[in-house]
Design a binder for this molecule. Structure first.
Ligand SMILES: *Cc1c(COP(=O)(O)O)cnc(C)c1O
Length: 397
């Protein structure tokens, strides 16, 4: 009898008790709108921003309705206009090119490497095509951020970082989201903190912060923010900045504050699980483990491996056999977009030429979520199942 895994790949941990208590307090007083505060009260959203800015070592922070909203707001705040081009990763998730399209701009995709990071040579070659890079740290893989910033600084490119999978990660001692002009995070259920929906952005730039706050729907209540520039900066932007409402509310902020205090512990727990799966997969014939550079502190909330240059049928067979044993793998190479699509050619509004290097790599990427509800024993079992099925298909092919 071969073993079968019975856990759920989409089941996250419950909201911690202290976060539930904080949420109940907000529900009991009823002041859910972020600017609805009692005399002398700061409000959960303003406090969340203050705490996250401190945690990230940033001057300013804005909490918003979603990660995708944070991305689009950042693009507007750095001055992207309809018709502009914006560089971004060929390997990313739909909300990233979607945020670019939402401001009327056009994505220019940069190739992905076998390490699942943006190809810095291709970026350098395309650097004259746009003034902004929306850099997606897709699935938590950080490129050489020092070299990336050198390329972008030399070309006068403003960098916005999509840190949906790198909240808590760092490169060479610098937290993810702190290299570029703006760092954007998602607080949606499948990311590293969970408020159902939600987003955060951080920046050190006075005007980017003021414009983002105005856009998010502050009306003229920006004085109630605790991680915002002074009123003189708002004086410069307040008549010119449209309101595109996307605020966070106090209920979500209340749920997030205790979770952010636990982030480092959670990162350790994710990485214990990640390394258990990785150890179990290492050395499987036909399977390439994605090696992580020593400068990178990552958050192993998902794991990827490559079945490079395998036939479509063989990859699909592995996915099918693993699913039959309870292991849910996602193949990024699937020709028809399913669930969380991640192939640049399924975003047809962008009208992108073929990217042969990315096509080869996307066709080989297998992805698996590693929720914290899995025990280390679960992770070891999952790796045994994948190893057995990959080996079987590889040897028969
Ligand atoms: C989830 C995600 C986003 C957007 O976050 P939402 O909060 O769902 O809008 C952006 N980029 C990547 C890579 C993501 O996975």
């Amino acid at each position: 009898m071969s073993e079968t895994f019975t856990g759920s790949f989409t089941q996250q941990e419950p909201i911690p008790e202290d976060a539930i208590e904080a949420a109940l307090a907000v529900l009991r007083h009823g002041r859910l709108h972020r600017y609805n505060v009692a005399e002398g009260e700061a409000g959960e959203t303003a406090l969340l921003e203050q705490e996250f800015a401190a945690q990230m070592g940033a001057k300013y922070c804005l909490a918003v309705a979603s990660g995708g909203y944070a991305l689009a707001t950042s693009l507007r705040a750095v001055g992207v206009k309809p018709g502009d081009k914006v560089l971004t990763n060929a390997f990313t998730l739909a909300p990233v090119p979607g945020s670019i399209a939402s401001v009327g701009a056009a994505p220019v995709f940069v190739e992905v490497t076998e390490n699942l990071i943006i190809d810095l040579d291709d970026l350098a070659a395309k650097a004259d095509q746009a003034k902004v890079l929306m850099l997606s740290h897709m699935r938590g893989h950080l490129c050489d951020m020092d070299r990336l910033m050198e390329i972008c600084d030399a070309a006068g490119i403003t960098v916005i970082e999509d840190c949906a999978h790198t909240m808590g990660a760092s490169w060479n001692g610098v937290l993810s989201g702190r290299h570029g002009a703006v760092g954007c995070y998602s607080c949606q259920t499948y990311k590293h903190v969970n408020s159902g929906e939600g987003g955060l952005l951080v920046t050190d730039d006075d005007e980017i912060a003021a414009r983002a706050i105005m856009m998010s729907g502050s009306y003229m209540l920006f004085g109630r923010h605790l991680a915002a520039p002074g009123p003189e900066v708002f004086e410069r932007v307040k008549y010119e900045t449209p309101n595109i409402s996307g605020r966070m509310d106090n209920l979500r902020a209340a749920i997030l504050r205790p979770q952010l205090r636990d982030l480092d512990t959670q990162v350790e727990r994710w990485n214990d699980r990640y390394r258990t799966v990785e150890d179990g997969l290492r050395g499987t014939p036909g399977l390439t483990v994605v090696e992580r550079p020593k400068q990178e502190i990552y958050v192993g909330s998902s794991i990827q491996f490559l079945l490079l240059d395998w036939s479509e049928e063989a990859v699909q067979e592995v996915v099918r056999l693993c699913a039959a044993r309870g292991v849910e793998l996602k193949w990024f190479g699937t020709p028809e977009p399913v669930a969380f699509t991640s192939r640049y050619d399924s975003w047809r509004y962008a009208d992108t030429p073929r990217l042969p290097q990315s096509d080869r790599i996307l066709a080989g990427i297998i992805d698996m979520r590693v929720p914290l509800t899995f025990s280390l024993e679960d992770c070891a079992q999952i790796a045994r199942i994948i190893r057995a099925e990959v080996s079987a298909v590889y040897q028969s092919g």
